[in-house]
Design a protein around this ligand. Structure first.
Ligand code: CMC
Length: 400
């Protein structure tokens, strides 16, 4: 037997005004730094990147413009945007060794695990991988943002045993991605929907994956390690993988007629959570979900078939969430609830949806890494020790 520590012996856990132990499980509402990148007003359904509302950016900008904005803290002039997009286009190709690697990764791994490995390997092949100057980090950011869509499209086509479609430098970031996936240029509405999806997923303050990236960067580790860590965090179903799980949930429900029964059996009994609902910060509707929802609706009308069925199931389930979970626990549908229906309508297989989130979010992670290490302090929280100390050490032969 040892002895338990008293709270007074762990003063870092005690609130000075109340004298009580405070544990911020899940690091909830703990501010770790100042930032000028993103603001979420979770009570009024508002999201801003560098001060610009997500509605304005989704209505008027391109993803390239948003990447520029997040990196340089200003919207580009037309000239700046042309130069910057040109730079991104030049970086799209991936080295032959990486294509070979994609052919060797077992096909049954989750695409996020492929991405983790491939991004790590891209880091191995980058001669500037240890350059932690701002310039060097920006170069690596552009390199990854440009190459990740190529990795995803090549992985997809390798799986289908189809010829790879090289990036087309005449096309914008989102349009080129769909072209590499499907081997033909998308129509204007589809290209714009893809572009808006990249904008909506580009950044979201100090979420679990951004935090992971910043924790890694704060040790002065390298850029690629930070991004690989962030990909690992995003892959969990409570975070980015929720967009895959939301679609599997709609599949499980099967038809709009089955929504109520499914909800009763799974949500009311507490067996399952609604995937694509709830958020640590939003206590009202996620503004990104509103924009995705509108695209999902338009696709349902244009495409009909399964896109329409998904939309109808999602709509019906959302009504239950908004009238029951939202009323009682402020649980509303979030970005990952609707995005999958848009991706499905764009002909993208469900298992890739979290990688699309990562492709878009690499800029957000990078912006946070850059901002944090500019005035770096290693991230090192504490725990409240609830075990015992001063236990008698028993030699191995005397242990029972
Ligand atoms: N469905 C049903 N009940 C829920 C849900 C949900 N999706 N989310 C939270 N709750 C309940 C939860 O059971 C708890 O109830 P009670 O107080 O009775 O025990 C209460 O709401 C608070 O939940 P919590 O787990 O303490 O909340 P959190 O802030 O720790 O978790 C969350 C946030 C996003 C992990 C959680 O809402 C969740 O698991 N959602 C489903 C997965 C999901 O959609 N994730 C995507 C998040 S948004 C974008 C992204 O990061 O990718």
């Amino acid at each position: 037997m040892g002895r338990k520590l008293s709270p007074e012996e762990q003063p870092w856990c005690i609130d000075k005004t109340t004298g009580k132990v405070v544990i911020n499980k899940g690091v909830e509402n703990v501010c770790i730094d100042k930032s000028t990148i993103c603001f979420i007003d979770g009570f009024h359904s508002k999201l801003y990147y560098r001060g610009y509302s997500i509605e304005d950016l989704a209505a008027h900008s391109t993803y390239e413009e948003v990447v520029y904005l997040l990196l340089y803290d200003k919207l580009p002039t037309r000239r700046e945007l042309t130069d910057f997009s040109g730079w991104m286009r030049e970086e799209r190709d991936i080295p032959r060794e990486v294509v070979d690697l994609l052919c060797k990764i077992p096909r049954d791994v989750e695409p996020m695990e492929m991405l983790r490995t491939a991004v790590s390997f891209l880091g191995n092949l980058d001669p500037g991988r240890y350059d932690m100057s701002r310039e060097g980090m920006v170069r690596k950011t552009i390199r990854l943002i440009a190459k990740i869509p190529t990795l995803i499209a090549y992985w997809h086509r390798i799986g289908l045993n189809r010829e790879l479609v090289c990036p087309d430098p005449r096309l914008g970031h989102a349009e080129n991605f769909l072209y590499m996936m499907h081997g033909e240029r998308p129509d204007g509405f589809s290209a714009r929907a893809m572009d808006v999806s990249f904008i909506l997923y580009a950044e979201h303050e100090m979420n679990a994956s951004a935090f992971t990236a910043v924790v890694i960067a704060s040790t002065l580790s390298d850029y690629y390690s930070a991004i690989v860590g962030a990909i690992g965090a995003l892959r969990g179903p409570l975070h980015g993988y929720a967009n895959v799980e939301a679609m599997r949930q709609f599949d499980e429900i099967g038809s709009p007629e089955n929504v109520e029964k499914w909800y009763k059996e799974n949500i009311l009994t507490g067996k399952k959570r609604v995937m694509g609902a709830g958020h640590r910060v939003y206590k009202t509707y996620d503004p990104r979900a509103k924009i995705f929802r509108e695209y999902a609706k338009q696709f349902a009308e244009r495409r009909g078939g399964k896109a329409k069925t998904y939309y109808e199931i999602a709509n019906k389930l959302e009504e239950l969430v908004m009238t029951q979970l939202c009323e009682t626990k402020n649980i509303c549908t979030n970005v990952d609830y609707w995005s999958g229906i848009v991706y499905y309508s764009l002909g993208i297989p469900v298992d890739l949806y979290c990688t699309l989130f990562a492709a878009a979010r690499t800029i957000g992670w990078s912006a946070h890494i850059l901002e944090y290490i500019a005035e770096n302090r290693i991230i090192r929280p504490r725990l409240y020790y609830d075990g015992e100390v001063d236990k008698e050490y028993i030699p191995i032969d005397k242990r029972t």
